[in-house]
Design a binder for this molecule. Structure first.
Ligand SMILES: [Zn+2]
Length: 134
């Protein structure tokens, strides 16, 4: 019979030894996944005891966000807003080489989610904004 201490000891030591006899001669079967838990039957070749390792999902780690880049809904700007956006773009473009980090870079890259616009892309955007203002 397994005690709570024996079970916790087994878990702490990365389930490397038989919880009954301490032998390292243990063999695990296939891992069965059921929802957010998984289990694996394990047996000891030394004392022929058998038990089940029970795993619980505790966290996930992002490997890749595969969603395609999205476009925002169109908005209308007032004349002053439009002029300020253009001025800000030209200021950003003029300082393109001197800004490598900081709050503005966070905004321009959506927190590093994508690369900032190149100077040529800013030109295109300014042209697009000018054409859209007609
Ligand atoms: Zn054993």
């Amino acid at each position: 019979m397994l005690t709570e201490e024996t079970r916790q000891n087994y878990i702490k030591h990365a389930f490397a030894t038989c919880p009954f006899c301490g032998s390292q001669d243990i063999v695990g079967g296939s891992v069965e996944i059921d929802g957010n838990s998984a289990s694996q039957d394990v047996s000891c070749s030394n004392c022929i005891s058998e038990w089940r390792d029970v795993f619980t999902l505790t966290d996930i780690e992002e490997i890749r966000d595969g969603r395609p880049p999205f476009d925002l809904e169109p908005i209308k700007l007032g004349l002053r807003e439009h002029a300020t956006v253009l001025a800000a773009l030209r200021l950003w473009q003029a300082n393109h080489d001197s800004v490598d980090e900081g709050d503005l870079m966070e905004i321009a890259t959506n927190g590093g989610a994508f690369n900032r616009l190149t100077e040529a892309e800013i030109d295109d955007l300014c042209q697009k904004l000018n054409l859209g203002s007609k």
